[in-house]
Design a protein around this ligand. Sequence first.
Ligand code: URA
Length: 449
Amino acid sequence: MKNFNMYEMIMKKRDGNTLQKEELQEAIDGYVDGSIPDYQISALLMAIFLNGLDQRETEDLTDIMLKSGDSISLDGIAGVKVDKHSTGGVGDKVSFIVSPIVTACGVKVPMLSGRALGHTGGTLDKLESIPGFNVFLKVDQFRTILEKCGMVISGQTDNIVPADKKLYALRDTTATVNSIPLITSSIMSKKLALGTDAIVLDVKTGSGAFLPDMKDGIELCKSMVNIGEKSGRKTLGLITNMDEPLGTAVGNSLEIIESIECLKGNGPEDLMTVTLALGACMLIAAGVEDDFGAAIVRLKKAVSSGKALDVFRDFIEAQGGDPNVCDNYFLFGNSNSEWELKAESSGYISYINAFEIGMCAIDIGAGRRKKEDMIDHTAGFIFHKRSGDKVKSGDTIITVRSSGKEDKKEVEKRLLNSIKITSAAPDKPELVYYFADKNGMWDWKEVSG
Ligand code: URA
């Protein structure tokens, strides 16, 4: 584009105007090749955060990001391939459970995943808690493992959507993550770079989501489904509850252990409800089932038969990890310190704030404050009491496994403030709210029966 001026482009978006595809192209290309500095892209991101992008601009940005690098072709690999992506949450370990279950039902599940972002955990960090596990695969390794095991999870190598890799890290440090067009383009550019037949999106809503407001979650879901479908992929979405942590474990190795327990048939109800709903969408998107009820029966059989756990063991081994972790949790190692959070009053637990728990997880070493920080894979929380449970003053609510470097009093105070105890039992929260496809959005209860 002749006479492109980054300063003028920032001004244009700052003042609420619409950007042309050529301008977005110049900005993204310049950022990836290093000719446009971080500070100008940060200003543009903030202008987008404040004034948004319309659907045409969002589609253009997604396309430019997708084409900033290579794609992974899955041509020649037999079977239907379906990817699942969550917008991020606290205790969200669904990928490790749903992928082997869906694979055991005959569908291939390849995923490109990311590290922890803000208060949310990262799929790659959790997998790295498995001794020996390799999260950075070359394209030919990725394809070989998918063919052999039916599932594979890798981080983005240098050439896959490099624009997102750079922008994601910058957004994480400039308070520009929580934006509908920026999340849409970040997620969909990665999803489209992988040659799957279908995509299933888990859009989180509630305190632990990047977009806590339901209205924003609905808009994000529609925006992503629209782009997926326009690109020729069957795309389905669910809006699910992330107001409270999912399951009983938060923290890297603890979440892998909980996932293995789910594959052994011992999963907590909330986590299994969300997992089965997403798994049913994956089977329907793959065209192997057309009824949600029948899909859920098939998924449950894959767990009770032990097939899903076998797939998970094979997957761990194929990616260099020690599959014996499935039988011996001591192989994950021990944390430096362990202490208990006790209830200070009696009653019912009526709310556990997911965002606050995510922030406390960073404090105890399970997440990063800065990009270069090391994660303690053994650190995290095990919840003994959850919303709806009765507690007596002095009962243990959480076992805290930590790096031992935290200010215990401060963490204890923040954890207690994030857990509400009331005299009356709370209502059971809804876990899956809406289902979306190319025709619109429906109440999940209505479509799932
Ligand atoms: N996950 C992503 O991949 N990108 C975002 O922007 C947010 C969550």
